[in-house]
Ligand binder design. Structure first.
Ligand SMILES: Nc1nc2c(ncn2[C@@H]2O[C@H](COP(=O)(O)OP(=O)(O)OP(=O)(O)O)[C@@H](O)[C@H]2O)c(=O)[nH]1
Ligand SMILES: [Mg+2]
Length: 396
């Protein structure tokens, strides 16, 4: 029988692989692999080497070319490496074919992200959502799964599974998916009732790429204790707190971070968690300005918001980690005046693009937090006025 299990064991040594297609540069793919490495690390593995290959089209049978596969095999064999991670989605037969040659476990980026989510899930809702996404991911890859088990000596003969065995598994997985869907529906109903009980409060949601500092800002603004750390996807469950600024109350939510190529099934099964974003009145888009690819991260977040049909809401852009940005950008010998000029130009650019809806802060050093509070308060107060024009005071 098929069983979902953690793809990665602690301290497992891995190599990572990316292909450079014709509309990508080598540098781009290397940046993708940097992120893949961070993901692997978050899951507890250690990436010891990376391979890339230029390919117009991935090979249908083995994803990379035969020569590259052999090169990876040569490297893996004899070293204490048990895992090969690909940056792109693989089919079940590609996994099976490559495992035959490499003789170690092969997984892809989606598998890795699902693995991290599975580790992080705490509430019943998050657990069911992740499990559902995992089974949906497994369904078209059952053949590859068998190859995993075979390699681990799971008591299956070397000739591999017959069609009937795969068919049986497929049925079991499908049943499991319907069961989990049903369970999620029940949980969603409860969550909807809870959200309705929140009444007339203006709702503000912190959104953004993973690891940009959303939970740190949540803690700063709401004096709560949300788990924050330098790993990807520290937050999976939405946390909501009532916050009062200057006698104006509103609800502030911390949400799951976005990432490039978030597995489709994950977005689908996390729909209810993401409802918090969809149903909020104001979005605070948090950006890690110290990240070399922060502009691409902004794009990924904007696209995800569009998919969620939440892009039309009022958005405040918070450029966080200014401390790190300055440390990375400025040489120590640079004159203060020049630094100020560079900062002013950068800020001016974003002021224009965001139509004045942006703030530059360091959550870690608590820099510019007053301005941040004021910016949020202004937007919240404005919305209350639009929504309840005859009310002059809000008592809750
Ligand atoms: N240097 C610096 N680090 C920061 C700042 N704000 C947050 N961090 C660090 O960035 C890391 C990620 O912060 P989190 O608040 O967990 O980020 P998040 O956006 O909630 O991340 P996920 O929940 O994983 O999506 C932590 O190690 C924080 O301490 C900042 O202003 N400057
Ligand atoms: Mg977080």
């Amino acid at each position: 029988m098929i069983e979902k299990k953690q793809a990665i064991q602690k301290e497992e040594r891995a190599v990572i692989v990316g292909v450079i297609t014709k509309d990508q540069t080598e540098q781009q793919v290397n940046e993708f692999l940097d992120e893949l490495m961070f993901l692997a690390e978050t899951a507890g593995a250690v990436a010891v080497k990376r391979f890339t290959q230029r390919l117009a089209h991935p090979d249908r049978a083995t994803f990379v070319g035969k020569g590259k596969l052999e090169e990876i095999h040569q490297f893996v064999a004899g070293r204490d490496i048990s895992l090969v991670i690909f940056d792109d989605e693989l089919t079940g037969s590609q996994i099976a074919n490559m495992e035959k040659v490499l003789k170690v476990k092969v997984i892809d980026r989606s598998d890795l992200i699902l693995d991290i989510f599975a580790r992080r899930a705490r509430t019943a809702q998050a657990k069911v959502q992740v499990e559902l996404a995992q089974y949906q991911y497994i369904l078209p890859r059952l053949r590859g799964m068998w190859s995993h088990l075979e390699r681990q000596g799971g008591g299956i003969g070397s000739r591999g599974p017959g069609e009937t065995e795969i068919e049986t598994d497929r049925r079991i997985v499908k049943d499991k998916i319907s069961l989990l869907r049903k369970r999620l529906e029940d949980i969603d109903k409860q969550a909807l009732t809870q959200r309705k009980e929140r009444g007339e409060f203006i709702r503000v949601a912190l959104v953004g790429y993973t690891n940009v500092g959303k939970s740190t800002i949540m803690n700063l603004l709401s004096k709560s204790e949300v788990f924050a750390e330098n790993k990807l996807f520290a937050t999976l469950d939405t946390t909501t707190r009532k916050v009062v600024f200057d006698q104006t109350p509103f609800l502030l939510s911390d949400t799951v971070g976005f990432i490039r190529k978030l597995p489709h099934h994950l977005v689908e099964s996390f729909k209810s968690t993401l409802d918090e974003v969809r149903e909020s009145d104001i979005l605070i888009h948090v950006i890690d300005i110290s990240h070399p690819k922060y502009e691409e991260q902004i794009e990924v977040v904007n696209r995800t918001l569009q998919e969620l049909k939440a892009f039309e809401k009022p958005i405040i852009m918070i450029f966080n980690k200014m401390d790190l940005y300055e440390a990375n950008t400025f040489d120590q010998w640079l004159e203060d005046e020049v630094k100020q000029d560079i900062l002013a130009t950068m800020k001016q650019g974003w002021e224009t693009k965001s139509q004045g809806n942006c703030v530059f802060i360091s959550a870690l050093e608590k820099r510019n937090i007053e301005e941040l509070r004021k910016t949020i308060l202004d937007k919240v107060a404005q919305l209350y006025k639009e929504r309840f024009p005859y009310k002059t005071e809000f008592f809750y």
